[in-house]
Design a protein. Structure first.
Length: 217
């Protein structure tokens, strides 16, 4: 399929101790994560240092409905995934397309880590609880102020920069989601479900199984 780029998560650290920790992680779940974004979301989830057999990431350059259909196809083709997730944003997609994609996914046992409006909302929630709808450009300006450097959409370091704030992000995202009536995610601006996927990944991820403050994530 045009625009498709397959990437497997592998341990990136050269530190032997970290690699040994990865090898000792329990492997009793396999995740397929299908992302709409080409780099932002894959770069973030690639940082979950897990054995290659635990997490498989696919980038599919398609709209919301086609993304879900491709996730179903990939899952059924492999036949050995315990959890299948789609990661996509509301962006400028029509409300019906966004909602229908979520309903189609759920009807086919695919879970959705959506963001309304954009994935950067998840980053913002590491720093503050925010319930006002703002533009994607304002997300970037907020992040630059907090990070004290320019925000780049395809950052390969932001996972590490935000890691110790992850408990705040999960708490803020859950609090935000709880404010909305279910059934119309396209109107729930801002909102995200990225935290639901993150919480599922944590037990299988070496990033959260090292000593120190990360144990509290």
């Amino acid at each position: 399929m045009p625009g498709k780029n397959k990437t497997y998560l592998k341990p990136q650290s050269t530190d032997r101790k970290r690699n040994r920790q990865i090898d000792r992680l329990p492997v009793n779940q396999r995740f397929l994560i299908v992302c709409e974004g080409e780099k932002t979301e894959p770069n973030y989830f690639r940082k979950f240092r897990a054995p290659g057999q635990v997490i498989k990431i696919e980038h599919v350059n398609q709209n919301t409905i086609r993304l879900v259909e491709e996730a179903i196809r990939l899952r059924d083709k492999d036949g050995d995934f315990d959890q299948t997730w789609c990661v996509f944003d509301k962006d400028d997609f029509p409300p019906d397309d966004f909602n229908n994609a979520i309903h189609h996914a759920e009807a086919n046992s695919v879970q959705v880590a959506y963001s309304n409006q954009a994935f950067e909302l998840w980053y913002v929630l590491h720093f503050a609880f925010m319930q006002n709808a703002i533009s994607r450009q304002d997300y970037a300006r907020f992040l630059e102020k907090q990070l004290k450097h320019a925000y780049t959409k395809n950052s390969e370091t932001i996972f590490d920069e935000l890691l110790l704030r992850l408990p705040d992000a999960i708490r803020n995202a859950n609090r935000l989601l709880a404010q909305y009536e279910p059934g119309n995610p396209a109107r729930n601006d801002p909102s995200t479900r990225v935290q639901l996927l993150v919480e599922k990944l944590k037990p299988f991820t070496a990033s959260f199984n090292t000593r120190g403050q990360k144990d509290q994530v």
